[in-house]
Design a protein around this ligand. Structure first.
Ligand code: FAD
Length: 390
């Protein structure tokens, strides 16, 4: 038997097909060229300066709406999409967020619930990275409980008029189009809002200490008048936005592992180099325990991601199972980053290394797309048949 590969001690690579490995390698190659050298600086400066160029680059790579069929989308499998998310988040959760929001939230909403005209208008440009999308569900007073949203869309003749405010919206400051969810007399409906529409603005939320490479904004909707054709015709009720969140959460199941892998690799290399008490710190049992525990959680999270991905590809993945993956993999990835940070000692708090950046990013990932508490309650309900949400 060949010796153990320390970067893949459980030989998880054997779970992947050659095509899957090729796609993973292609994503890694592009990220190494266009993002890896600059990502710490983007995080430190609080944004990606060449965001449009980078988004077009990601579009050419085929990762925008990667798992959707038609309209210029790559039509890849769920596992392939997951592997891309892992590589993106190994560079930075902000990049994975850009891709998740574009493909799984904004594009998926239009692809799944939109009219043919809306699909033709937006999906090919979004897949190519020519147009950037965002997804507005959360509000200042409606987070985990989106049913309490205050944003209203009322009829005025054949038009719709939207009023309200969305909060914490990824990609909002530079988005060309926003998918906005609002209460109507017929329940929650979704609207495709071009960014230039009068009454629409998307001010950036500053002072974030997490996901700094991803722009987050508010959406201000001040009497935004839209034609009838702006409504997503097929989405009625919260099922519309929740179906999109389910897609994005699936990407996070994989993505969080990327941040974990990067932190494990950084800590392993550091531990072998750093000498204290005349030995590499990797030679101390306590360090080995940390590396072993980090590795075990990574391996278990990866097995779960592959299993859920194969189920998704077989159309057998339930939302509760996505909750299992999101809850476990984000929680364990965060713990891995925290442990890796201790191995780096003081260097662990520096942006010279990726670990504290991943750790801070994962604090957002733990909260968005359903908080860890919400996914715990989803699983709790699945296990007991009792709802503990309210
Ligand atoms: P709250 O819902 O107020 O929750 C606060 C705390 O109370 C949490 O710990 C929560 O778990 C807990 N809690 C709430 N209810 C219960 C309960 N019944 N039982 C037990 N505990 C409970 N939203 C979008 O729509 N689009 C985006 O693109 C987007 N991007 C984001 C980007 C970032 C960087 C961040 C940080 C958030 C983003 N969000 C986005 C918002 C995100 O989805 C919400 O923050 C999340 O849903 C939680 O809502 P909240 O912050 O209002 O917290």
């Amino acid at each position: 038997l060949p010796p153990i590969d320390p970067t893949d001690p459980a030989s998880l690579d054997e779970l992947l097909s050659e095509d899957e490995k090729t796609i993973r390698a292609a994503v890694r190659e592009v990220l190494d060229a266009v993002a890896e050298p600059c990502i710490a600086e983007w995080f430190e400066n609080g944004g990606i300066p060449n965001i449009r160029e980078l988004t077009r680059e990601l579009g050419s790579l085929g990762v925008l709406g990667m798992h959707l069929e038609g309209y210029g989308c790559a039509g890849m499998s769920a596992v392939e999409y997951g592997l891309a998310c892992l590589e993106l988040e190994a560079t930075d959760s902000g990049l994975r967020s850009l891709v998740s929001v574009q493909g799984s939230l904004a594009m998926f909403a239009i692809w799944r619930w939109g009219s043919e005209e809306q699909k033709q208008e937006w999906l090919p440009r979004m897949a190519a990275g020519e147009a950037i999308g965002c997804f507005g569900l959360t509000e200042p007073d409606a987070g985990s409980d989106p049913a309490s949203m205050q944003t209203r869309a009322r009829r005025d003749g054949s038009d719709w008029v939207l009023s309200g405010r969305k909060m914490w919206i990824s990609n909002a400051p530079y988005a060309d189009v926003a998918v906005v969810w609002a209460q109507t007399d017929e329940g929650v409906r979704g609207f495709v809002v071009p960014a230039g529409t009068p009454g629409f603005s998307a001010p950036e939320i500053t002072h974030k200490l997490s996901l700094r490479a991803s722009a987050t904004g508010e959406l201000v909707l001040d009497g935004v008048r839209l034609p009838e054709s702006a409504m997503l015709p097929e989405a009625r009720g919260l099922k519309g936005p929740l179906s999109c969140l389910n897609e994005a959460r699936y990407g996070i199941v994989w993505g969080a592992l990327g941040a974990a892998r990067s932190s494990i690799e950084t800590a392993r290399a550091y531990a072998k180099d750093r000498i204290q008490f005349g030995k590499p710190i990797a030679a101390f049992q306590l360090t080995q325990q940390k590396l072993a525990d980090m590795s075990l959680e990574y391996i278990k999270g990866y097995l779960l991601a592959v299993h859920l991905g194969r189920r998704k590809d077989a159309d057998r993945l339930r939302p509760e199972q996505v909750s299992i993956g999101k809850l476990n993999n984000v929680r364990e990835a965060l713990e891995i980053c925290r442990t890796a940070r201790t191995i780096l000692g003081a260097n662990g708090i520096s942006l010279e290394y990726p670990v504290i950046r991943h750790q801070n990013n994962l604090e957002s990932v733990l909260t968005y797309e359903g908080t860890a508490e919400m996914h715990t309650l989803v699983l709790g309900q699945a296990l007991t048949g009792e709802s503990a949400f309210r």
